[in-house]
Design a protein around this ligand. Structure first.
Ligand SMILES: O=P([O-])(O)O[C@H]1O[C@H](COP(=O)(O)O)[C@@H](O)[C@H](O)[C@H]1O
Ligand SMILES: [Mg+2]
Length: 605
Protein backbone atom coordinates (compact mmCIF):
# COMPACT_ATOMS: atom_id res chain seq x y z
CA UNK A 1 0.00 0.00 0.00
CA UNK A 2 1.32 3.43 -0.91
CA UNK A 3 1.89 5.61 2.14
CA UNK A 4 4.46 7.97 0.63
CA UNK A 5 1.98 10.83 0.34
CA UNK A 6 1.81 11.00 4.15
CA UNK A 7 4.15 13.14 6.28
CA UNK A 8 7.09 11.02 7.43
CA UNK A 9 6.08 10.63 11.09
CA UNK A 10 2.57 9.58 10.12
CA UNK A 11 3.97 7.15 7.55
CA UNK A 12 5.92 5.45 10.29
CA UNK A 13 2.84 5.12 12.50
CA UNK A 14 0.74 3.68 9.67
CA UNK A 15 3.52 1.25 8.70
CA UNK A 16 3.88 0.03 12.28
CA UNK A 17 0.18 -0.46 12.58
CA UNK A 18 0.12 -2.46 9.31
CA UNK A 19 3.09 -4.51 10.43
CA UNK A 20 1.47 -5.53 13.71
CA UNK A 21 -2.14 -5.79 12.66
CA UNK A 22 -3.52 -9.22 11.67
CA UNK A 23 -7.16 -8.30 11.36
CA UNK A 24 -8.51 -8.47 7.84
CA UNK A 25 -11.47 -6.20 8.61
CA UNK A 26 -9.36 -3.25 9.70
CA UNK A 27 -6.70 -3.64 6.97
CA UNK A 28 -9.41 -3.38 4.34
CA UNK A 29 -10.66 -0.17 5.94
CA UNK A 30 -7.15 1.25 6.07
CA UNK A 31 -6.53 0.37 2.41
CA UNK A 32 -9.60 2.36 1.48
CA UNK A 33 -8.41 5.40 3.45
CA UNK A 34 -4.98 5.22 1.87
CA UNK A 35 -6.49 4.91 -1.59
CA UNK A 36 -8.50 8.07 -0.97
CA UNK A 37 -5.40 9.82 0.38
CA UNK A 38 -7.38 11.18 3.27
CA UNK A 39 -4.44 12.59 5.22
CA UNK A 40 -6.47 14.51 7.83
CA UNK A 41 -8.60 11.53 8.68
CA UNK A 42 -5.61 9.20 8.87
CA UNK A 43 -3.89 11.68 11.17
CA UNK A 44 -6.82 11.74 13.61
CA UNK A 45 -6.86 7.93 13.64
CA UNK A 46 -3.15 7.21 13.99
CA UNK A 47 -1.43 10.18 15.54
CA UNK A 48 -1.52 9.56 19.30
CA UNK A 49 -3.16 6.86 21.39
CA UNK A 50 -6.48 6.28 23.06
CA UNK A 51 -6.28 7.39 26.66
CA UNK A 52 -8.36 6.67 29.76
CA UNK A 53 -11.32 9.06 30.02
CA UNK A 54 -14.36 9.21 32.32
CA UNK A 55 -14.98 5.50 31.80
CA UNK A 56 -11.90 3.80 30.35
CA UNK A 57 -10.93 3.76 26.70
CA UNK A 58 -13.71 4.57 24.26
CA UNK A 59 -13.70 5.27 20.51
CA UNK A 60 -15.10 4.26 17.14
CA UNK A 61 -14.04 0.84 15.87
CA UNK A 62 -11.63 1.50 13.01
CA UNK A 63 -7.95 1.13 12.15
CA UNK A 64 -5.40 3.26 13.97
CA UNK A 65 -3.86 3.68 17.41
CA UNK A 66 -6.58 6.18 18.38
CA UNK A 67 -9.42 3.82 17.56
CA UNK A 68 -10.78 0.57 19.00
CA UNK A 69 -9.55 -2.46 17.02
CA UNK A 70 -7.93 -5.87 17.59
CA UNK A 71 -4.41 -4.50 17.69
CA UNK A 72 -5.19 -1.69 20.14
CA UNK A 73 -6.99 -4.21 22.37
CA UNK A 74 -3.99 -6.57 22.34
CA UNK A 75 -1.63 -3.69 23.09
CA UNK A 76 -3.85 -2.44 25.91
CA UNK A 77 -4.16 -5.93 27.43
CA UNK A 78 -0.38 -6.39 27.21
CA UNK A 79 0.18 -3.04 28.91
CA UNK A 80 -2.27 -3.96 31.66
CA UNK A 81 -0.74 -7.41 32.12
CA UNK A 82 2.83 -6.13 32.42
CA UNK A 83 1.86 -3.35 34.81
CA UNK A 84 -0.24 -5.74 36.93
CA UNK A 85 2.65 -8.16 37.02
CA UNK A 86 4.98 -5.43 38.25
CA UNK A 87 2.52 -4.61 41.04
CA UNK A 88 1.24 -8.04 42.08
CA UNK A 89 4.13 -10.31 41.08
CA UNK A 90 3.41 -14.03 41.01
CA UNK A 91 0.14 -13.68 42.92
CA UNK A 92 -1.29 -12.45 39.62
CA UNK A 93 -1.05 -16.02 38.27
CA UNK A 94 -3.31 -17.48 40.91
CA UNK A 95 -5.58 -14.50 41.62
CA UNK A 96 -6.11 -13.82 37.96
CA UNK A 97 -8.36 -11.33 36.22
CA UNK A 98 -12.03 -11.28 35.28
CA UNK A 99 -13.17 -10.33 31.78
CA UNK A 100 -16.67 -9.48 30.55
CA UNK A 101 -18.20 -8.13 27.34
CA UNK A 102 -21.41 -6.54 26.14
CA UNK A 103 -23.43 -7.25 22.98
CA UNK A 104 -21.71 -4.81 20.62
CA UNK A 105 -19.95 -5.72 17.40
CA UNK A 106 -16.53 -7.22 18.24
CA UNK A 107 -17.03 -7.09 22.02
CA UNK A 108 -16.69 -10.85 22.40
CA UNK A 109 -13.68 -10.88 20.09
CA UNK A 110 -11.99 -8.11 22.10
CA UNK A 111 -12.69 -10.04 25.32
CA UNK A 112 -11.19 -13.20 23.79
CA UNK A 113 -8.08 -11.34 22.63
CA UNK A 114 -7.73 -9.86 26.10
CA UNK A 115 -8.06 -13.30 27.71
CA UNK A 116 -5.54 -14.68 25.25
CA UNK A 117 -2.92 -12.13 26.32
CA UNK A 118 -3.29 -13.08 29.99
CA UNK A 119 -3.48 -16.84 29.35
CA UNK A 120 -0.24 -16.70 27.32
CA UNK A 121 1.41 -15.60 30.54
CA UNK A 122 -0.27 -18.40 32.52
CA UNK A 123 -2.63 -16.07 34.33
CA UNK A 124 -5.99 -17.40 35.48
CA UNK A 125 -8.83 -15.72 33.53
CA UNK A 126 -12.46 -15.68 34.62
CA UNK A 127 -14.07 -15.01 31.24
CA UNK A 128 -17.80 -14.44 31.68
CA UNK A 129 -18.79 -16.33 28.59
CA UNK A 130 -22.11 -14.60 27.85
CA UNK A 131 -22.84 -10.90 27.46
CA UNK A 132 -23.02 -9.48 30.97
CA UNK A 133 -23.66 -6.27 32.89
CA UNK A 134 -20.58 -4.15 33.62
CA UNK A 135 -21.25 -4.34 37.40
CA UNK A 136 -20.76 -8.14 37.28
CA UNK A 137 -17.10 -7.57 36.51
CA UNK A 138 -16.77 -5.08 39.38
CA UNK A 139 -18.58 -7.50 41.69
CA UNK A 140 -16.61 -10.53 40.46
CA UNK A 141 -13.24 -8.95 41.25
CA UNK A 142 -14.15 -8.71 44.92
CA UNK A 143 -15.77 -12.13 45.03
CA UNK A 144 -12.86 -14.01 43.46
CA UNK A 145 -10.17 -11.68 44.85
CA UNK A 146 -8.84 -11.00 41.37
CA UNK A 147 -6.06 -8.52 40.66
CA UNK A 148 -8.37 -6.64 38.33
CA UNK A 149 -10.91 -6.86 35.57
CA UNK A 150 -11.75 -5.69 32.08
CA UNK A 151 -15.17 -5.02 30.65
CA UNK A 152 -15.44 -4.59 26.89
CA UNK A 153 -18.26 -2.10 26.37
CA UNK A 154 -19.05 1.33 25.03
CA UNK A 155 -22.21 1.44 27.13
CA UNK A 156 -24.75 3.77 25.49
CA UNK A 157 -22.49 5.23 22.80
CA UNK A 158 -23.39 4.99 19.09
CA UNK A 159 -23.13 1.53 17.52
CA UNK A 160 -19.86 2.39 15.75
CA UNK A 161 -18.05 2.71 19.09
CA UNK A 162 -16.56 0.27 21.51
CA UNK A 163 -14.65 0.63 24.75
CA UNK A 164 -12.55 -0.92 27.45
CA UNK A 165 -13.27 -0.38 31.13
CA UNK A 166 -10.37 -1.39 33.35
CA UNK A 167 -10.89 -2.16 37.02
CA UNK A 168 -8.33 -2.70 39.75
CA UNK A 169 -8.09 -5.28 42.55
CA UNK A 170 -10.35 -3.22 44.83
CA UNK A 171 -13.19 -3.68 42.32
CA UNK A 172 -13.28 -0.03 41.22
CA UNK A 173 -12.29 1.44 37.87
CA UNK A 174 -8.69 2.60 37.63
CA UNK A 175 -7.66 6.16 38.48
CA UNK A 176 -4.34 7.96 38.80
CA UNK A 177 -1.60 6.72 39.08
CA UNK A 178 -2.65 3.28 37.77
CA UNK A 179 -4.19 4.74 34.59
CA UNK A 180 -1.02 6.69 33.80
CA UNK A 181 1.19 3.69 34.65
CA UNK A 182 -0.90 1.41 32.44
CA UNK A 183 -0.74 3.94 29.62
CA UNK A 184 3.05 3.96 29.95
CA UNK A 185 3.16 0.18 30.09
CA UNK A 186 1.04 -0.05 26.92
CA UNK A 187 3.56 2.08 25.06
CA UNK A 188 6.36 -0.15 26.31
CA UNK A 189 4.60 -3.29 25.02
CA UNK A 190 3.27 -2.41 21.61
CA UNK A 191 4.41 -5.44 19.68
CA UNK A 192 1.87 -8.31 19.89
CA UNK A 193 3.44 -11.19 21.77
CA UNK A 194 3.71 -14.66 20.22
CA UNK A 195 0.45 -16.52 19.78
CA UNK A 196 -1.90 -13.89 21.20
CA UNK A 197 -3.92 -13.62 17.99
CA UNK A 198 -5.00 -17.22 18.18
CA UNK A 199 -8.18 -16.88 20.24
CA UNK A 200 -9.45 -20.38 19.49
CA UNK A 201 -6.82 -21.83 21.78
CA UNK A 202 -8.13 -20.04 24.85
CA UNK A 203 -11.08 -22.40 25.22
CA UNK A 204 -8.89 -25.46 25.75
CA UNK A 205 -6.74 -23.70 28.34
CA UNK A 206 -7.40 -25.03 31.84
CA UNK A 207 -6.69 -21.60 33.32
CA UNK A 208 -9.82 -20.25 31.64
CA UNK A 209 -12.89 -20.36 33.89
CA UNK A 210 -16.44 -19.35 33.11
CA UNK A 211 -17.73 -18.04 36.46
CA UNK A 212 -21.19 -16.98 35.31
CA UNK A 213 -23.41 -19.50 37.13
CA UNK A 214 -21.55 -19.13 40.40
CA UNK A 215 -21.32 -15.35 40.03
CA UNK A 216 -25.03 -15.05 39.41
CA UNK A 217 -25.74 -17.05 42.58
CA UNK A 218 -23.46 -14.84 44.63
CA UNK A 219 -24.94 -11.71 43.09
CA UNK A 220 -28.42 -12.89 44.06
CA UNK A 221 -27.35 -13.22 47.67
CA UNK A 222 -25.88 -9.72 47.55
CA UNK A 223 -29.30 -8.52 46.35
CA UNK A 224 -30.99 -10.46 49.18
CA UNK A 225 -28.91 -8.50 51.67
CA UNK A 226 -30.11 -5.23 50.15
CA UNK A 227 -33.82 -6.00 50.37
CA UNK A 228 -36.23 -4.14 52.62
CA UNK A 229 -37.34 -6.54 55.37
CA UNK A 230 -40.77 -8.14 55.31
CA UNK A 231 -42.08 -6.49 52.18
CA UNK A 232 -44.49 -8.76 50.35
CA UNK A 233 -43.47 -7.96 46.79
CA UNK A 234 -45.75 -10.32 44.93
CA UNK A 235 -48.89 -8.77 46.44
CA UNK A 236 -48.97 -5.67 44.30
CA UNK A 237 -50.97 -4.19 41.46
CA UNK A 238 -47.87 -2.69 39.95
CA UNK A 239 -46.67 -4.29 36.73
CA UNK A 240 -43.12 -3.32 35.82
CA UNK A 241 -42.19 -2.86 32.18
CA UNK A 242 -38.51 -3.40 31.44
CA UNK A 243 -36.20 -2.64 28.55
CA UNK A 244 -32.49 -3.47 28.32
CA UNK A 245 -32.25 -1.10 25.32
CA UNK A 246 -30.93 -3.87 23.01
CA UNK A 247 -28.21 -4.55 25.57
CA UNK A 248 -27.30 -7.19 28.11
CA UNK A 249 -29.78 -6.63 30.96
CA UNK A 250 -32.84 -8.80 30.39
CA UNK A 251 -31.73 -12.29 31.54
CA UNK A 252 -30.11 -10.73 34.58
CA UNK A 253 -33.15 -8.68 35.57
CA UNK A 254 -35.37 -11.72 35.04
CA UNK A 255 -33.16 -13.85 37.22
CA UNK A 256 -32.74 -11.31 40.01
CA UNK A 257 -36.45 -10.43 40.11
CA UNK A 258 -37.28 -14.10 40.43
CA UNK A 259 -34.74 -14.78 43.13
CA UNK A 260 -35.78 -11.66 45.10
CA UNK A 261 -39.43 -12.79 44.84
CA UNK A 262 -40.87 -10.07 42.64
CA UNK A 263 -43.44 -10.79 39.95
CA UNK A 264 -41.78 -11.10 36.54
CA UNK A 265 -41.37 -7.93 34.49
CA UNK A 266 -43.05 -7.32 31.14
CA UNK A 267 -40.22 -6.94 28.69
CA UNK A 268 -40.14 -4.71 25.61
CA UNK A 269 -40.11 -7.49 23.04
CA UNK A 270 -38.34 -5.56 20.27
CA UNK A 271 -35.49 -4.55 22.58
CA UNK A 272 -35.07 -7.59 24.81
CA UNK A 273 -32.09 -9.29 23.13
CA UNK A 274 -28.65 -7.83 22.55
CA UNK A 275 -28.50 -6.25 19.12
CA UNK A 276 -25.40 -4.28 18.12
CA UNK A 277 -27.39 -2.33 15.54
CA UNK A 278 -29.68 -0.83 18.22
CA UNK A 279 -32.35 -0.81 15.51
CA UNK A 280 -35.29 0.75 17.36
CA UNK A 281 -33.68 3.74 19.06
CA UNK A 282 -31.93 6.82 17.62
CA UNK A 283 -29.43 6.59 20.50
CA UNK A 284 -29.31 3.56 22.84
CA UNK A 285 -29.17 5.87 25.81
CA UNK A 286 -32.04 5.90 28.30
CA UNK A 287 -30.78 9.31 29.44
CA UNK A 288 -32.22 10.70 26.20
CA UNK A 289 -35.69 10.42 27.73
CA UNK A 290 -38.82 10.06 25.59
CA UNK A 291 -37.10 9.24 22.29
CA UNK A 292 -35.33 6.27 23.88
CA UNK A 293 -38.35 5.11 25.91
CA UNK A 294 -40.95 5.25 23.09
CA UNK A 295 -41.37 1.48 22.72
CA UNK A 296 -41.23 0.95 26.46
CA UNK A 297 -44.10 3.42 26.90
CA UNK A 298 -46.10 1.63 24.19
CA UNK A 299 -45.47 -1.76 25.81
CA UNK A 300 -46.40 -0.42 29.25
CA UNK A 301 -49.63 1.12 27.97
CA UNK A 302 -50.61 -2.10 26.21
CA UNK A 303 -50.09 -4.05 29.41
CA UNK A 304 -51.66 -1.80 32.03
CA UNK A 305 -48.22 -1.14 33.46
CA UNK A 306 -47.47 2.21 35.07
CA UNK A 307 -43.77 1.94 35.83
CA UNK A 308 -40.95 1.55 33.33
CA UNK A 309 -37.46 0.42 34.25
CA UNK A 310 -34.81 0.88 31.55
CA UNK A 311 -31.17 -0.11 31.69
CA UNK A 312 -28.54 1.27 29.38
CA UNK A 313 -26.96 -1.37 27.10
CA UNK A 314 -24.30 -2.50 29.61
CA UNK A 315 -26.85 -2.36 32.44
CA UNK A 316 -24.86 -0.14 34.74
CA UNK A 317 -27.39 2.70 34.57
CA UNK A 318 -31.10 2.89 35.22
CA UNK A 319 -33.85 5.16 33.93
CA UNK A 320 -37.35 5.10 35.41
CA UNK A 321 -40.69 6.49 34.21
CA UNK A 322 -43.98 6.49 36.05
CA UNK A 323 -47.53 7.12 34.98
CA UNK A 324 -49.15 8.19 38.23
CA UNK A 325 -52.81 7.21 38.52
CA UNK A 326 -55.05 10.09 37.44
CA UNK A 327 -52.25 12.04 35.77
CA UNK A 328 -52.12 12.89 32.09
CA UNK A 329 -48.86 11.37 31.01
CA UNK A 330 -45.59 9.74 31.87
CA UNK A 331 -43.09 11.29 34.17
CA UNK A 332 -39.57 10.35 33.18
CA UNK A 333 -37.45 10.95 36.25
CA UNK A 334 -34.21 12.81 35.76
CA UNK A 335 -31.03 11.21 37.05
CA UNK A 336 -31.05 13.69 39.93
CA UNK A 337 -34.65 12.95 40.87
CA UNK A 338 -34.03 9.23 40.81
CA UNK A 339 -30.87 9.89 42.81
CA UNK A 340 -33.00 11.58 45.45
CA UNK A 341 -35.58 8.77 45.54
CA UNK A 342 -33.01 5.98 45.78
CA UNK A 343 -30.92 7.95 48.29
CA UNK A 344 -33.93 8.42 50.53
CA UNK A 345 -34.86 4.74 50.15
CA UNK A 346 -31.36 3.47 50.94
CA UNK A 347 -31.21 5.62 54.08
CA UNK A 348 -34.75 4.62 55.05
CA UNK A 349 -33.99 0.92 54.45
CA UNK A 350 -30.86 1.23 56.58
CA UNK A 351 -32.86 2.78 59.42
CA UNK A 352 -35.47 0.04 59.14
CA UNK A 353 -32.83 -2.71 59.34
CA UNK A 354 -30.47 -1.15 61.90
CA UNK A 355 -32.79 1.06 63.92
CA UNK A 356 -30.97 4.33 63.28
CA UNK A 357 -28.22 5.99 61.24
CA UNK A 358 -24.77 6.72 62.64
CA UNK A 359 -21.85 9.02 61.95
CA UNK A 360 -19.85 6.27 60.25
CA UNK A 361 -22.30 6.09 57.35
CA UNK A 362 -21.40 7.88 54.14
CA UNK A 363 -23.21 8.80 50.95
CA UNK A 364 -21.43 10.10 47.86
CA UNK A 365 -22.29 11.92 44.67
CA UNK A 366 -20.35 13.49 41.84
CA UNK A 367 -19.79 17.23 41.81
CA UNK A 368 -22.09 17.76 38.81
CA UNK A 369 -24.96 15.93 40.52
CA UNK A 370 -27.76 17.42 42.62
CA UNK A 371 -26.92 18.59 46.13
CA UNK A 372 -30.08 16.84 47.38
CA UNK A 373 -28.02 13.99 48.81
CA UNK A 374 -25.86 16.47 50.71
CA UNK A 375 -29.00 18.10 52.14
CA UNK A 376 -30.41 14.71 53.10
CA UNK A 377 -27.16 13.60 54.72
CA UNK A 378 -27.03 16.79 56.77
CA UNK A 379 -30.48 16.28 58.25
CA UNK A 380 -29.95 12.55 58.75
CA UNK A 381 -26.58 12.91 60.47
CA UNK A 382 -24.69 11.02 57.75
CA UNK A 383 -21.38 12.00 56.22
CA UNK A 384 -21.50 13.28 52.62
CA UNK A 385 -18.69 13.62 50.12
CA UNK A 386 -18.46 14.70 46.52
CA UNK A 387 -16.08 13.48 43.82
CA UNK A 388 -15.29 14.23 40.20
CA UNK A 389 -17.58 13.00 37.41
CA UNK A 390 -17.64 9.25 36.81
CA UNK A 391 -17.96 6.24 39.04
CA UNK A 392 -14.25 5.56 38.96
CA UNK A 393 -13.97 8.38 41.49
CA UNK A 394 -16.87 7.31 43.67
CA UNK A 395 -15.87 3.63 43.61
CA UNK A 396 -12.33 4.38 44.73
CA UNK A 397 -13.42 6.89 47.35
CA UNK A 398 -15.88 4.35 48.73
CA UNK A 399 -13.06 1.84 48.99
CA UNK A 400 -10.81 4.33 50.84
CA UNK A 401 -13.62 5.25 53.20
CA UNK A 402 -14.23 1.58 53.97
CA UNK A 403 -10.54 1.24 54.86
CA UNK A 404 -11.00 4.17 57.26
CA UNK A 405 -13.86 2.37 58.99
CA UNK A 406 -16.77 4.07 57.22
CA UNK A 407 -19.66 2.37 55.52
CA UNK A 408 -20.76 3.79 52.16
CA UNK A 409 -24.42 2.96 51.79
CA UNK A 410 -25.14 4.81 48.56
CA UNK A 411 -23.58 6.83 45.75
CA UNK A 412 -25.06 8.39 42.65
CA UNK A 413 -24.37 10.56 39.66
CA UNK A 414 -26.88 12.62 37.69
CA UNK A 415 -26.27 10.58 34.54
CA UNK A 416 -28.61 7.87 35.93
CA UNK A 417 -25.79 6.01 37.71
CA UNK A 418 -26.48 4.45 41.15
CA UNK A 419 -24.51 2.34 43.59
CA UNK A 420 -26.67 0.76 46.29
CA UNK A 421 -24.50 -0.65 49.07
CA UNK A 422 -20.79 -1.06 48.51
CA UNK A 423 -20.37 -4.67 47.38
CA UNK A 424 -20.24 -3.44 43.77
CA UNK A 425 -17.86 -0.47 43.66
CA UNK A 426 -19.34 0.87 40.45
CA UNK A 427 -22.73 1.97 39.28
CA UNK A 428 -25.12 -0.93 38.94
CA UNK A 429 -28.37 -0.73 36.99
CA UNK A 430 -29.56 -4.16 38.11
CA UNK A 431 -29.47 -3.60 41.88
CA UNK A 432 -30.82 -0.07 41.32
CA UNK A 433 -33.79 -1.55 39.39
CA UNK A 434 -34.49 -3.93 42.28
CA UNK A 435 -34.37 -1.13 44.85
CA UNK A 436 -36.60 1.22 42.87
CA UNK A 437 -39.13 -1.56 42.18
CA UNK A 438 -39.14 -2.34 45.87
CA UNK A 439 -39.65 1.34 46.72
CA UNK A 440 -42.58 1.59 44.31
CA UNK A 441 -44.24 -1.43 45.96
CA UNK A 442 -43.58 -0.05 49.43
CA UNK A 443 -45.11 3.28 48.44
CA UNK A 444 -48.12 1.58 46.88
CA UNK A 445 -48.84 0.01 50.26
CA UNK A 446 -48.71 3.52 51.76
CA UNK A 447 -51.06 4.77 49.02
CA UNK A 448 -48.29 6.78 47.48
CA UNK A 449 -46.27 6.83 44.26
CA UNK A 450 -42.71 7.57 43.23
CA UNK A 451 -43.77 11.03 41.99
CA UNK A 452 -45.47 12.00 45.22
CA UNK A 453 -42.64 10.55 47.31
CA UNK A 454 -40.27 12.79 45.37
CA UNK A 455 -42.38 15.80 46.21
CA UNK A 456 -42.32 14.88 49.90
CA UNK A 457 -38.54 14.50 49.76
CA UNK A 458 -38.21 18.01 48.32
CA UNK A 459 -40.60 19.40 50.90
CA UNK A 460 -38.59 17.80 53.65
CA UNK A 461 -35.03 18.51 52.47
CA UNK A 462 -35.55 21.61 50.30
CA UNK A 463 -36.35 21.90 46.60
CA UNK A 464 -33.43 21.13 44.33
CA UNK A 465 -34.21 22.07 40.75
CA UNK A 466 -31.73 21.21 38.06
CA UNK A 467 -31.31 21.42 34.30
CA UNK A 468 -28.61 19.31 32.65
CA UNK A 469 -28.00 18.90 28.96
CA UNK A 470 -25.33 19.10 26.27
CA UNK A 471 -24.29 20.26 22.82
CA UNK A 472 -22.45 18.06 20.37
CA UNK A 473 -19.16 19.52 19.18
CA UNK A 474 -16.77 17.52 17.04
CA UNK A 475 -14.18 20.23 16.76
CA UNK A 476 -11.58 20.35 19.51
CA UNK A 477 -10.45 23.84 18.46
CA UNK A 478 -13.96 25.23 18.98
CA UNK A 479 -14.08 23.63 22.41
CA UNK A 480 -10.75 25.17 23.27
CA UNK A 481 -11.92 28.56 22.04
CA UNK A 482 -15.11 28.42 24.14
CA UNK A 483 -13.29 27.63 27.37
CA UNK A 484 -10.49 30.10 26.62
CA UNK A 485 -13.08 32.82 26.10
CA UNK A 486 -14.41 32.04 29.59
CA UNK A 487 -10.94 32.35 31.09
CA UNK A 488 -9.94 35.46 29.07
CA UNK A 489 -6.31 35.16 30.12
CA UNK A 490 -4.45 38.47 30.24
CA UNK A 491 -0.96 38.83 31.69
CA UNK A 492 -1.22 35.24 32.96
CA UNK A 493 -4.35 36.19 34.93
CA UNK A 494 -7.76 34.65 34.23
CA UNK A 495 -10.67 37.05 33.90
CA UNK A 496 -13.74 34.88 34.24
CA UNK A 497 -17.17 36.44 33.62
CA UNK A 498 -18.51 38.31 36.66
CA UNK A 499 -22.23 38.14 35.90
CA UNK A 500 -24.87 37.22 33.34
CA UNK A 501 -27.75 39.16 31.82
CA UNK A 502 -25.91 42.49 32.07
CA UNK A 503 -25.25 42.20 35.78
CA UNK A 504 -28.66 40.85 36.88
CA UNK A 505 -27.12 37.71 38.38
CA UNK A 506 -23.66 38.04 39.89
CA UNK A 507 -21.05 35.29 39.98
CA UNK A 508 -19.75 34.75 43.50
CA UNK A 509 -17.04 32.17 42.91
CA UNK A 510 -15.32 30.18 40.18
CA UNK A 511 -13.66 26.76 40.24
CA UNK A 512 -11.65 25.76 37.21
CA UNK A 513 -10.55 22.13 37.46
CA UNK A 514 -8.65 22.29 34.18
CA UNK A 515 -6.10 24.82 35.33
CA UNK A 516 -6.49 24.11 39.07
CA UNK A 517 -8.01 27.35 40.39
CA UNK A 518 -10.71 27.90 43.00
CA UNK A 519 -11.61 31.43 44.10
CA UNK A 520 -13.24 29.96 47.19
CA UNK A 521 -10.27 28.32 48.90
CA UNK A 522 -7.60 30.18 50.89
CA UNK A 523 -4.75 29.09 48.64
CA UNK A 524 -6.96 29.19 45.51
CA UNK A 525 -6.31 25.49 44.95
CA UNK A 526 -9.38 23.30 44.36
CA UNK A 527 -10.13 20.43 46.72
CA UNK A 528 -10.93 18.01 43.89
CA UNK A 529 -8.21 16.66 41.58
CA UNK A 530 -7.44 18.67 38.46
CA UNK A 531 -7.30 17.34 34.92
CA UNK A 532 -5.47 19.38 32.31
CA UNK A 533 -6.67 17.13 29.50
CA UNK A 534 -10.37 17.94 29.94
CA UNK A 535 -12.29 21.17 30.38
CA UNK A 536 -14.34 21.85 33.48
CA UNK A 537 -15.38 25.17 35.02
CA UNK A 538 -17.96 25.70 37.79
CA UNK A 539 -19.58 29.07 38.52
CA UNK A 540 -21.51 29.77 41.73
CA UNK A 541 -23.90 32.75 41.58
CA UNK A 542 -24.86 34.88 44.53
CA UNK A 543 -28.45 33.56 44.44
CA UNK A 544 -27.08 30.04 44.99
CA UNK A 545 -27.24 28.71 41.42
CA UNK A 546 -24.30 26.43 40.66
CA UNK A 547 -23.45 25.65 37.07
CA UNK A 548 -20.69 23.50 35.59
CA UNK A 549 -19.56 23.43 31.98
CA UNK A 550 -17.40 20.48 30.98
CA UNK A 551 -16.28 18.34 28.09
CA UNK A 552 -17.42 14.72 28.10
CA UNK A 553 -14.79 12.05 28.53
CA UNK A 554 -16.78 9.49 26.55
CA UNK A 555 -18.38 11.38 23.65
CA UNK A 556 -17.78 14.57 21.62
CA UNK A 557 -20.03 16.72 23.80
CA UNK A 558 -19.93 19.89 25.87
CA UNK A 559 -22.15 19.23 28.86
CA UNK A 560 -23.75 21.78 31.15
CA UNK A 561 -25.27 21.24 34.56
CA UNK A 562 -27.17 23.79 36.66
CA UNK A 563 -28.96 23.61 39.98
CA UNK A 564 -30.87 26.06 42.14
CA UNK A 565 -32.01 25.06 45.63
CA UNK A 566 -34.43 26.41 48.17
CA UNK A 567 -34.08 26.34 51.90
CA UNK A 568 -35.89 23.38 53.53
CA UNK A 569 -37.78 25.91 55.69
CA UNK A 570 -38.70 28.17 52.82
CA UNK A 571 -39.66 26.05 49.83
CA UNK A 572 -43.00 27.67 49.08
CA UNK A 573 -42.30 29.39 45.80
CA UNK A 574 -41.17 26.54 43.59
CA UNK A 575 -42.56 28.10 40.43
CA UNK A 576 -40.57 31.26 40.97
CA UNK A 577 -37.46 29.12 41.49
CA UNK A 578 -38.17 27.31 38.21
CA UNK A 579 -38.50 30.60 36.30
CA UNK A 580 -35.21 31.93 37.66
CA UNK A 581 -33.45 28.64 36.84
CA UNK A 582 -34.75 28.64 33.25
CA UNK A 583 -33.84 32.27 32.72
CA UNK A 584 -30.33 31.79 34.05
CA UNK A 585 -29.63 28.58 32.13
CA UNK A 586 -30.72 30.21 28.87
CA UNK A 587 -28.41 33.13 29.55
CA UNK A 588 -25.50 30.86 30.50
CA UNK A 589 -25.90 28.99 27.22
CA UNK A 590 -26.14 32.14 25.12
CA UNK A 591 -23.41 34.13 26.85
CA UNK A 592 -20.91 31.37 27.75
CA UNK A 593 -21.34 28.73 25.04
CA UNK A 594 -22.69 30.89 22.17
CA UNK A 595 -24.08 27.85 20.33
CA UNK A 596 -24.90 29.66 17.05
CA UNK A 597 -21.61 31.51 16.74
CA UNK A 598 -19.73 28.30 17.59
CA UNK A 599 -21.89 26.06 15.35
CA UNK A 600 -22.67 23.73 18.24
CA UNK A 601 -25.09 20.93 17.42
CA UNK A 602 -28.25 21.06 19.51
CA UNK A 603 -29.52 17.93 21.27
CA UNK A 604 -32.28 16.45 19.11
CA UNK A 605 -35.10 16.11 21.66
O1 LIG B 1 -19.33 11.44 28.87
P1 LIG B 1 -18.95 11.81 30.27
O2 LIG B 1 -17.51 12.04 30.52
O3 LIG B 1 -19.83 12.91 30.80
O4 LIG B 1 -19.34 10.56 31.14
C1 LIG B 1 -20.64 10.07 31.15
O5 LIG B 1 -20.56 8.68 31.10
C2 LIG B 1 -19.84 8.11 32.17
C3 LIG B 1 -19.76 6.64 31.89
O6 LIG B 1 -21.02 6.08 31.83
P2 LIG B 1 -21.17 4.64 31.21
O7 LIG B 1 -20.23 3.85 32.01
O8 LIG B 1 -22.61 4.22 31.39
O9 LIG B 1 -20.76 4.82 29.83
C4 LIG B 1 -20.51 8.47 33.49
O10 LIG B 1 -19.84 7.93 34.56
C5 LIG B 1 -20.58 9.98 33.61
O11 LIG B 1 -21.24 10.40 34.76
C6 LIG B 1 -21.33 10.53 32.42
O12 LIG B 1 -21.38 11.93 32.50
MG1 LIG C 1 -23.35 2.10 30.87
Amino acid sequence: MDTTFLPESLQLLVKNWMLWNQSQQYSVELEELLKNRNVDKIKTMFDGRLSFGTAGLRAAMAPGFKRMNDLVVIQSAQGIFHYMHSVFGSSLNTSGVIVGFDGRFNSKRFAELTSSVFLKHSIKVYLINEVCPTPFVAYGIKQYKCCGGIMVTASHNPKEDNGYKVLWNNGAQIIFPDDKNIQKSIIEHLMPEDGVWNTEEIYSNTLLINPLIDLQKRYNSFIDGLLFPNLEKKKTNIIFTYTPMHGVGYPYIRNVFESAKFNPVIVVEQQKDPNPEFPTVPFPNPEEGKSALKLAIETAENNGSRIILANDPDADRLAVAEHPIGSEGWKIFTGNELGALLGWWMIHSYKKIHGKTNSKLVVLSSTVSSAILKSMAKLEGIRFEETLTGFKWMGNRADQLAAEGYKVIYAFEESIGYMCGSEVLDKDGISAAVKIAELAIYLEKENSTLSSALESIYNQYGWHLSINSYFICNDSLTIKKIFESLRRVNNQQCNYPKSILGGRYLIKSVRDLTIGYDSNTIDNKPLLPISKSSQMITFTFDNGLITTLRTSGTEPKIKYYAELCSDPENSSDVNKLKCVLNEMVEAIIEEFLKPHENSLIFRCN
